[in-house]
Write a protein that binds this ligand. Structure first.
Ligand code: GTP
Ligand code: SPV
Ligand code: MN
Length: 594
């Protein structure tokens, strides 16, 4: 008997009968058990203990070379009806998928241990928490899940005899990328992942549960699961206002969530507090506002580019109790390095593939010469973050003043604009587009539609997802205002025009001022844009009023081109697609024609 819960035991027995592990071990959340697992993983080389004086509690892991990012092409939503997965998801018939994967799982844990990880998304015992159990044959997964979620026997106690938990099965099998599958069965509360050992593919509480399965649950239960950071902005009087922002993978959520206000604001007493950096569960509160909870317990952040200046708080968070994946191993002092950490690449080093790395051959334009993989990551505890919000563990979450969408666009999208209404805001989210990044396998830098940054994470038909957004808006008496930002506009030489990072605070300030009716805006074809002088540029060396005008300009010709891309995207959906959004598109077209 692994647990006291009959349904849990029956399911574990069934999965063990298929995967044939040598033994089954329940993860109780104790430090002694985790330490034993670390020792085992060190003995096999699965993790490397780093310099404990410089990086206490820190370890390095390298994945297989063919296994470094989410695999969207091999990610499936398995609903009984194909149309319930919708046109943007890969679909497989559940029965067919179970059969196909059962063959791959068969005997895959022979000679291995199956770890049973009871975990909670949200505070254990909270009315908004959801529980999951992940079965895995990877110690790396156990150690990461322990940082990223709330793991332990208290989860089983809170679950009691209930059969309502998310059943996650993961096996590394033999890391064969031809047989790699990440499959979701929303109708069965089940996730099956096989032949990967990488982040979003295997830490099943994260994208698989907290976004794909949870978005489906949210639609049925009247709440929303979104790919959003949550931050609190404190003014000099100590009032904190909360913002949630959805940007696609590797487009700046962790950085924005942990930003340090520039001098002009810091000296007045403005502060930013992090509630979450990747996922937000949104519910309507009794007060009629929209409340956001971060269901995670840690950060699985992009390492490259993280440094003292770009993201001091993230770097500080990773100085203890952190697992680094696919970064450079500095052999001189047994620490880690990545591109953009500092200007001193280690001379005596091992690259992410496990080979001797010669930094003198590093060429910024050729990613294959990088020491750290562009999607290398740190797994760090939220409690170690210097700017963690005091509301982080509040099971009710925080009330939102604004929702922000944003992507990586070299042209077209201005630095910031505000939607005219909730419905228009849903439209603004639905037409998001962004250049692809290394967070998923495939080409990088290609502009694709990524509505609400949820294209790879929506667990059901995206037409219904848009409908759910529209419906939610009708039920929130005091809804947050909706905005769109773009930190990534470039000049003709391809340089970013906006300094970004901490200076994004200047834009957040305008956003909150708009929410409180403290500042005017200019109405354009796409929505409300700030007057150039209303974004504070004090202390910015390279930004003039003219730069601001350029960053805020709405180019009707470019937006005209955008329309055809939107129409093409919308054309993929059938009659489930909300009429409100087609009306919004007509309005945009009419505005541009004016
Ligand atoms: P996921 O964890 O994949 O969901 O990514 P994320 O959205 O949290 O992105 P993150 O904050 O890790 O940033 C990804 C990359 O964008 C890093 O290389 C950052 O250096 C870069 N970046 C973040 N914010 C800015 C910004 O304001 N301006 C510019 N130019 N780059 C930024
Ligand atoms: C993302 O890709 O959006 C991530 C990393 O946050 S992963 O957990 O791999 O999905
Ligand atoms: Mn993410």
């Amino acid at each position: 008997m692994i647990t006291k819960n009959k349904s849990v035991n029956a399911w574990i027995d069934e999965m063990a009968a298929m995967t044939c592990p040598d033994s089954i071990v329940l993860i109780d959340g104790s430090e002694s058990q985790l330490e034993e697992l670390r020792q085992q993983a060190m003995a096999t080389g699965e993790i490397i203990k780093l310099n404990q004086e410089k990086l206490p509690g820190c370890y390095l892991h390298r994945t297989a070379v063919n296994d470094v990012a989410r695999v969207e092409g091999r990610t499936f939503i398995c609903t009984s009806k194909k149309e319930d997965a919708g046109p943007t998801n890969n679909w497989m018939d559940p029965k067919e998928c179970y059969e196909k994967l059962s063959k791959i799982y068969a005997g895959s844990m022979k000679g291995r241990t199956m770890y049973v990880i009871p975990y909670s998304m949200g505070m254990v015992g909270s009315p908004f928490a959801k529980y999951g159990i992940e079965l895995t044959d990877s110690i790396y997964v156990v150690l990461n899940m322990e940082i990223m979620t709330r793991v332990g026997t208290d989860v089983l106690e809170a679950l009691g005899d209930d059969a309502q938990f998310i059943k996650g099965l993961h096996s590394k099998a033999d890391l064969d990328d031809e047989k790699r599958y990440i499959c979701h069965f929303p109708e069965d509360n089940t996730i099956w992942s096989v032949n990967s050992g990488y982040g979003g593919n295997v830490l099943l509480g994260k994208k698989c549960f907290a976004l794909r399965i949870a978005s489906y649950l949210g639609k049925n239960e009247g709440w929303m699961a979104e790919h959003m950071l949550i931050l609190g902005l404190e003014d000099p009087d100590g009032n904190v206002k909360y913002i949630a922002a959805a940007f696609p993978s590797a487009c700046g959520k962790t950085n924005l969530a942990m930003l340090i206000p520039p001098e002009v604001y810091a000296k007045k007493g403005y502060k930013v507090w992090t509630v979450g950096d990747d996922i937000a569960w949104l519910r309507i509160g009794e007060d009629g506002r929209l409340w956001a909870v971060n269901p995670e317990n840690g950060f699985f952040g992009v390492a490259p580019g993280t440094n003292e200046n770009s993201n001091y708080n993230a770097l500080a968070t990773t100085r203890r109790d952190t697992i680094f994946t696919n970064v450079v191993h500095n052999l001189d002092d047994n620490t880690v390095w990545w591109e953009g950490l500092d200007k001193n690449p280690p001379a005596n080093a091992i690259d992410w593939k496990g080979n001797k790395w010669d930094y003198t051959k590093y060429d910024k334009k050729d990613k294959s010469t990088c020491g750290a993989h562009p999607n290398s990551r740190f797994t760090a505890c939220a409690k170690n973050c210097p700017c963690i919000s005091k509301e982080f563990n509040n099971p009710m979450g925080v009330p939102l003043s604004a929702i922000v969408f944003g992507g990586r666009r070299a042209k077209t999208a201005p630095l910031v604009y505000q939607a005219r209404s909730w419905e228009h805001g849903v439209f603004v989210g639905s037409i998001m587009a962004s250049e692809t990044t290394a967070a998923a396998t495939g080409a990088v830098g290609v502009v694709r539609r990524d509505p609400m940054a949820m294209l790879p994470f929506c667990g059901y038909n995206m037409a219904e997802y848009f409908g759910h957004w529209i419906e939610m808006g009708k039920k929130i008496p005091n809804a947050p205002k909706i905005f769109n930002v773009n930190w990534f506009r470039t000049d003709d030489e391809g340089h970013f025009i906006w300094p970004g990072f901490g200076d994004n605070m200047r834009v957040l300030k305008w956003i909150l001022d708009r929410c409180e009716d403290k500042v005017d805006a200019v109405e354009t074809a796409i929505g409300y844009v700030p007057a150039a002088e209303d974004i504070n540029i004090d202390g910015l060396e390279d930004v003039t009023l003219d730069t601001m005008k350029e960053l805020l300009s709405v180019d009707k010709a470019l937006w005209g081109e955008e329309i055809s891309g939107i129409e093409e995207f919308y054309a993929r959906f059938d009659d489930k697609f909300p009429k409100e959004l087609r009306d919004q598109l007509d309005t945009l077209k009419a505005n541009l024609a004016k």
